[in-house]
Design a protein around this ligand. Structure first.
Ligand code: NAP
Length: 267
């Protein structure tokens, strides 16, 4: 994708997106460093591109330019960074999108582009919580067997195959797009996307007589009310821990800190 006609060379920031934070960052950068910045504030405008994987049929689009689809591994991403003269790369993907984060670290090193990871903090258990931390979806499926029979599964449609062998449990699966097989034989699908309310989550747990909740530790405020509802109802929660951010990649937790890093890196 080339720069819009008539624009001078502006520093180019690539955001690996697919999260609320990535959209907030793109909006913030567009606000602070607009393409045509007047002489009064002396800040050069930025070219901001967000990259989406293309998993969601109708994604919420961020401000600035957008490209959709995989790069073809770390080499493909490194090539893209060079070809599009990217000056700074921000990995603002979901904490569980481990492959693209690894690819970003490798590609940034190859193409000599500064890289930052933006990761919201994980959730922290509160008094009254009955959390069962596990390291993977496979471990979550094992844990579910010993904890309950009516499972609220909020880990997304992509990992459903991991639960497909559980024939004794009934699943309420919430996802943005409809899941494809293999999935558990006893399952009801709820197509929805956050933010979710505490009232709504309370009602879901009670209407479906949920006795165990499964979640990734995404740390998102938009999906946190289910944890409060589970605590109130005494429902155990299987929490899948996050993969580590690749070694050597600096991490910030807020959009404001990411904007500060861009500013310092570019200007
Ligand atoms: P993943 O396992 O880390 O990545 C798999 C492949 O998808 C990557 O190798 C890459 O393909 C492509 N890809 C991933 N993110 C991309 C991006 N932002 N732009 C271009 N290509 C991307 O990722 P995932 O877990 O499938 O998640 C896909 C996207 O959904 C991420 O962008 C993430 O932010 C978002 N998301 C994920 C979750 C989750 O629970 N995993 C939840 C909400 C949103 P190539 O190797 O061909 O470049």
């Amino acid at each position: 994708m080339s720069a819009p006609a008539g624009s001078a060379r502006r520093p180019h920031v690539l955001i690996l997106g697919g999260t609320t934070e990535a959209r907030a960052l793109a909006a913030d950068l567009a606000d602070r460093f607009p393409a045509a910045t007047g002489p009064a504030d002396r800040l050069p405008g930025l070219r901001v591109t967000t990259s989406l994987a293309g998993r969601v049929a109708a994604p919420r689009l961020p401000a600035g330019e957008v490209r959709i689809g995989g790069f073809g591994g770390p080499d493909g991403l490194a090539h893209w960074l060079r070809e599009h003269a990217v000056d700074a790369l921000i990995d603002a993907t979901h904490p569980f999108a481990g492959t693209i984060s690894f690819n970003a670290a490798q590609a940034a090193a190859t193409a000599h582009v500064p890289l930052l990871a933006l990761r919201r903090p994980g959730w922290v258990p509160e008094p009254g919580d009955d959390w069962h931390p596990v390291a993977s979806l496979a471990e979550a499926a094992e844990a579910v067997r010993g904890l309950g029979h009516r499972v609220f599964l909020t880990t997304g449609r992509m990992g459903l195959a991991t639960f497909a062998h559980l024939t004794d449990q009934w699943f309420l699966v919430r996802s943005v797009d409809a899941p494809e097989p293999p999935f558990p034989p006893q399952m009801e699908v709820l197509l929805d996307r956050g933010p979710f309310t505490l009232e709504g989550e309370r009602a879901l747990l009670s209407d479906h007589r949920i006795d165990v909740l499964v979640t990734k530790d995404s740390g998102a405020a938009a999906t946190a009310p289910k944890l409060t509802a589970a605590r109130e109802a005494g429902v155990p929660v299987v929490v899948v821990r996050r993969p580590a951010v690749p070694e050597g990649v600096p991490v910030v937790e807020t959009v404001g800190d990411a904007v500060g890093w861009v500013s310092a890196t570019i200007h």
